[in-house]
Design a protein around this ligand. Structure first.
Ligand SMILES: [Zn+2]
Length: 70
């Protein structure tokens, strides 16, 4: 379990979207990328994360696209 106050401030590093906890993962509510939680510590690194099904490249993610527009 990740501390609730920590979960509140954590955002997807790609697009600053909110995350929800799913077992041992933090899942971005926008792009669906899954970040692993190791020993209670969320690993917010895109190269450690699991991309959602059907997405082959980080560049295809909605969070990432939004960042490019800005
Ligand atoms: Zn995201």
């Amino acid at each position: 379990m990740v501390e609730e106050r920590l979960l509140k401030i954590l955002r997807c590093p790609l697009g600053k979207a909110k995350l929800r906890e799913e077992g041992d993962w933090l899942v971005c509510e926008k792009c669906g990328v899954r970040y692993p939680i190791r020993d209670g510590i969320p690993v917010m690194l895109i190269h450690e994360a699991t991309l959602p099904a059907g997405v082959k490249d980080v560049k295809e993610l909605p969070c990432q696209k939004e960042e490019e527009k800005a």
